[in-house]
Design a protein around this ligand. Sequence first.
Ligand code: COA
Length: 164
Amino acid sequence: MDHKIAVYPGTFDPITNGHLDIVNRALDLFEKVIIAIAINPAKEPVFSLEERIEMIRKCYPDSNSRVEIDPISGLLVDYARKRQAKTIVRGLRAVSDFDYEFQLALMNRRLERDVETIFLMAGFRWIYISSSIIKDAARHGGNIENLVPEHVEEKLKEKFNINR
Ligand code: COA
């Protein structure tokens, strides 16, 4: 297992500045961060997997970037093992995240003892945002400037037919 590689999993429907903040923090600690996009049919994403990958890729246009983007379909810990990654990174925004994250981390530990989950605290500016809340605001024409990268804002407007 490689201690220098971290996997940052999520649905990223779409990626937000809060997620990017966590990736930046992880890059201070790890040599490589793999953004693992979960194919989670239960969540019924608004954006297709290809669209989500494309939006994240545009955030890291440098091909030598220490960020890799990969879709995952099976168990997260199997993916981490396959990539020899020792660490799963998750962001914590508020106490409300804790219960779910605690469950997820303990289940992952049960499934694979050799992979550790670490939690990074999201920056204060991002603690109230989520992909859903941003989609909801965008759907109703609300201002989502500075909560997502500009190209994601454009995609959201396009998706919800907002012309402003
Ligand atoms: N900034 C902004 N928003 C954030 C955030 C941050 N720093 N951190 C989390 N969020 C938001 C996300 O936008 C998401 O919002 P949404 O619910 O409105 O879409 C929510 O918090 C949490 O989602 P996310 O980080 O995308 O995780 P998830 O709960 O959708 O995905 C997986 C969880 C992918 C990690 C989990 O389903 C998984 O591991 N799947 C693989 C299969 C597996 O191994 N399952 C067994 C695990 S025991």
